[in-house]
Write a protein of this length. Structure first.
Lengths: 300, 415
């Protein structure tokens, strides 16, 4: 079942078009990455999904129905501009968010306790928010958006400001939630996370979708022109006319072939100069696809 | 509706549990009790008793001045008389003042058929209270002497000098005359108007401050995904308003207890009793709620367009203009509470809550005017809320840049 459907959505602020004719579909059990450089229109798209702003044209559907506020009770949202009530105790704050999402105070309290245990911060419930570190506050915000067991989770730059340990914990939790059948949308600049987590992506630039689809399919459209070589002996083969760019790390080289460069020819040259332990032809990373697609078209 | 009440509850509990609420709720009655206590203790005469001397060529005038000074119970003055005084006595009296045996002396020179002239000498150059008492005693004693020398009895002369008492009565609609106290009525209206304006302004500002704090803490976008902007704003207005009503209720209970105490009983003498009618008791919370909603809706709209509390403070004097205007109109209202301008000011929504209470103190306005002022207030609250909600729902998501007037006008059009 499509959980989110944007069809031909456009939003303009004064003379600037933030989003132009954007269409995308997110299914349940899918992790969806919304990518793009700064100011590309990611947050504007997410705000329209959440009904915070309305599109000038086009339609938004949630849970296979035209957008209605009641649908938001099934959505967990972590905005980029996030905050908490500094003077409130963490426990009271989570109960307040849970109640706003339709839970009873009792259920909200129980779920807050479960989630804080799951994210290894069960000792903070009685503390005031202002006493917590930034990373800890981010975990509380994360819990606040999940307390009501949403079918759709929307997160704008969820990993920004997290240390590697907490980022990994968040990644694991998101994967668990995906496995439970929830649809997850998040925006990020971190291509390594997209590569690891997302099934599908939409790359937005200057308000328009420039690339979208399943990650596997997108990558398959690009030529396999990256090679990793592990070798012993002379590195003279790295001067081959088949190579556009090469980085040599003494015994390990990363090579990018010229368009239509011949990998077999290069392997023969390498074998003539050195002992080859590994020669692997790879597809380009998402980061490279991102740069190739957006490069030179990014707003200052 | 549920979310609006949850927001109101959160706002109410956060403010009521806050240090500022405890400090003002307990501090203000304590401050008033302290002021009452200080006033009472001063009335007991804790200040230094004055020891003065009156020196005059005319013993009768000197005796009259002494009688006037000693008769002033608040002053608690001991007075020596030197009469008929010789020129050499002045130096002696000055030496006694210098030696601390006297606090000052009044030297009166008089010639038959002429007004007396006098000097008051004391070590303090700034004791204007004593010098004013002496001036009053000399004036009254001189008039007294003139009247009695013309054949008037001492009692009649005293009555004339002290002023002929006039009792005040208020004529009711049915023609009945009811004893009244114009001074007490004025103070009652004045105190209620101050309480009303102070609380509506304070809590209106609290709403604005709360919006700025939430804007600064970036909580709004989380909240907007859960609740409608109108629910957030309405919840905030209800929550903060309930805090205001709670605080006023605590103050009124404390004030009642204070006024019923023996301390206040000792302070309140004579006819100075204040009675609050049922109409006033009912209308006070009504006008508080309406006045508060008008001002807080206005402040909420302004706050949504600001980035910091400092920026908001620039607008505060503008928003306070109606309150200043109301107090500037006090003389007009008390002179003629039914004049065209008095009625107009009590119907004009921004000044209505305060002016209506001042008018009620002077004379109860007709019911249609209450109905009209409440109706106009409600209509203007609706109008201000309409504008503020639009400014609020756009402004709370705008960060980093102060909105210009054309931008604000465009915000009103956004859906």
């Amino acid at each position: 079942m499509p959980v989110v459907e944007l069809a031909g959505v456009t939003k303009a602020y004064e003379a600037k078009i933030a989003v132009r004719d954007l269409s995308l579909t997110i299914e349940s059990g899918q992790m969806f990455g919304l990518l793009g450089p700064n100011g590309a229109g990611k947050t504007s798209s997410i705000r329209m999904m959440m009904g915070i702003t309305l599109p000038d044209s086009g339609t938004v559907r949630l849970f296979d129905k035209p957008f209605e506020r009641r649908s938001l009770e099934r959505v967990g949202y972590l905005p980029e501009e996030r905050g908490l009530y500094k003077k409130m105790k963490v426990g009271e704050q989570l109960i307040f968010f849970g109640e706003l999402h339709g839970l009873s105070a009792h259920d909200a309290r129980q779920r807050a306790a479960q989630w804080t245990r799951r994210l290894e911060i069960d000792d903070v419930l009685e503390k005031k928010t202002e006493e917590l570190s930034k990373g800890m506050q981010q975990k509380i915000q994360f819990i606040g958006s999940l307390l009501h067991d949403p079918g759709l989770i929307v997160m704008d730059e969820p990993f920004s400001g997290l240390d590697p340990v907490n980022a990994q914990l968040l990644e694991k939790t998101l994967l668990d939630l995906k496995d439970e059948g929830r649809a997850i949308v998040f925006s990020t600049h971190r291509m390594d996370q997209v590569e690891k987590l997302c099934d599908s992506i939409c790359l937005i630039n200057q308000g328009e979708a420039v690339l979208s689809g399943r990650v596997r399919e997108i990558k398959s459209h690009y030529e396999r022109n990256h090679i990793q070589v592990e070798f012993e002996g002379s590195s003279a083969f790295l001067e081959s006319p088949e190579i556009e760019e090469a980085r040599n790390f003494s015994g390990h080289a990363e090579i990018k072939l010229k368009p239509h460069g011949n990998a077999q020819k290069l392997l023969a040259e390498a074998a003539a100069h050195a002992t080859i332990y590994r020669f692997e032809l790879m597809e380009p990373s998402l980061e490279e696809i991102f740069i190739r697609t957006v490069g030179g078209k990014v707003d200052a | 509706m549920r979310n609006m009440l949850l927001v109101a509850k959160r706002e109410y509990l956060e403010q009521v549990r806050g240090r500022a609420f405890r400090l003002t709720t307990i501090g203000v009655p304590l401050l008033f009790a302290a002021l009452l206590g200080v006033g009472y203790l001063s009335s007991l005469g804790l200040g230094k008793h004055r020891h003065l001397a009156v020196a005059a060529a005319d013993p009768a005038l000197a005796a009259q001045i002494r009688a006037r000074l000693v008769g002033d119970k608040e002053a608690k003055t001991r007075v020596d008389v030197v009469a008929p005084a010789q020129a050499a006595d002045r130096a002696t009296l000055a030496q006694k003042v210098a030696a601390g045996q006297l606090d000052g002396f009044l030297w009166v020179e008089s010639k038959p058929g002429q007004m007396p002239s006098a000097t008051y000498s004391s070590p303090s150059a700034g004791d204007f209270i004593t010098s004013s008492r002496i001036r009053s005693a000399l004036t009254h004693a001189t008039i007294d002497l003139h009247l009695t020398s013309g054949g008037m009895t001492q009692k009649d002369a005293d009555t004339l000098v002290d002023g002929v008492p006039v009792k005040t009565f208020q004529v009711k609609k049915d023609g009945r005359e009811v004893k009244s106290n114009a001074e007490a009525s004025f103070w009652k209206g004045y105190v209620m108007a101050i309480l009303l304006s102070m609380t509506t302004m304070i809590y209106g500002m609290n709403v604005a401050r709360s919006i700025i704090q939430e804007k600064t803490s970036r909580i709004f976008e989380v909240m907007l995904a859960i609740a409608r902007p109108s629910d957030l704003l309405a919840g905030k207005l209800i929550g903060v308003g309930a805090v205001g009503l709670t605080q006023i209720a605590i103050w009124l209970v404390a004030a009642s207890a204070l006024l019923a105490s023996p301390l206040a009983g000792a302070m309140m003498t004579g006819d100075f009793t204040i009675q609050v009618s049922w109409t006033e008791t009912v209308l006070f919370p009504v006008y508080f709620v309406l006045g508060y909603l008008l001002y807080s809706a206005l402040f909420a709209g302004l706050a949504a367009t600001c980035e910091t509390e400092q920026e908001l403070q620039m607008y505060t004097p503008l928003a306070a203009v109606p309150v200043w205007l109301s107090f500037a109109l006090i003389a007009l209202i008390m002179n003629d509470s039914n004049s065209f301008w008095s009625v107009a000011a009590s119907l004009f929504p921004p000044t209505a809550p305060i002016i209506m209470f001042l008018r009620m103190a002077a004379e109860m306005p007709p019911m249609w005017q209450f109905a009209a002022s409440i109706g106009l207030l409600m209509a203007s609250i609706w109008g201000v809320l309409w504008i503020s909600t639009r400014l609020y729902r756009v402004g709370i998501l705008m960060y980093g840049k102060r909105a210009t007037l054309p931008e604000l006008l465009r915000w009103l059009k956004y859906s």
